[in-house]
Ligand binder design. Sequence first.
Ligand SMILES: O=C(CO)[C@H](O)[C@H](O)COP(=O)(O)O
Length: 239
Amino acid sequence: MNMDQLKRQAAARALEEVRDGMQLGLGTGSTAKHFVELLGERVAAGLEVIGVPTSEATRADAERCGVKLTTLDEIDHLDLTIDGADEIDAELNLIKGGGGALLREKIVAAASDRMIVIADDSKWVPTLGKFPLPVEVIPFGLGATRRAIEKAFAECGVSGQMAVRKAKDGHVFVTDGGHWIVDAQLGRIADPPGLAKALSAIPGVVEHGLFIGLASSAVLAGGDGIRVIERRKPKGDQE
Ligand SMILES: O=C(CO)[C@H](O)[C@H](O)COP(=O)(O)O
């Protein structure tokens, strides 16, 4: 089975958790896209749900698949968010943002009672950090923000090259919110909650790709089948 088939399997397993009437957060990326497509098939067969997309790309996919959409201004909470991840550790801390949608993804995950992360099992890691950590920044004052980020890294015992993300056409990648992303090659993040806190305190940082205490469970599809890992601590508990 290839990686794309594994992603679709994880998406299909998460779909089993969806019930009639649910308000859903819809993630971004190739795995989340499988989920939206499979959800669309269930909607065509009569399932009643409404979704909040985490990116303009997911909005377009959901519309194409016939999934009804709303916003977090129109509803007051989400029952369940299903989203992919770039790395997942045993505490269900995540690195997200490979697709550049981390800001909306975090807003949606935080507004959701539960978040299920879906992935092929290559995303399961002993320690976060091999995948470059995305940090979404305001373009104004980028030099100062980068220096503050470097200082936060040093205080948290990590270091590595930083690069402003480029789109395929070579221009700076601009997020749905109009911001830029700095990708940091840290290799190993020993204390993800500590680093998350330090980055959140920097004025020019809009958001970062460390998702701490947000995922309720992870559905990992691999050659040996599907594994579901449940979070041991309640949502939002970062200790
Ligand atoms: O965080 C994300 C987008 O911002 C994605 O969920 C993450 O990059 C995983 O993507 P894929 O499912 O394509 O591997």
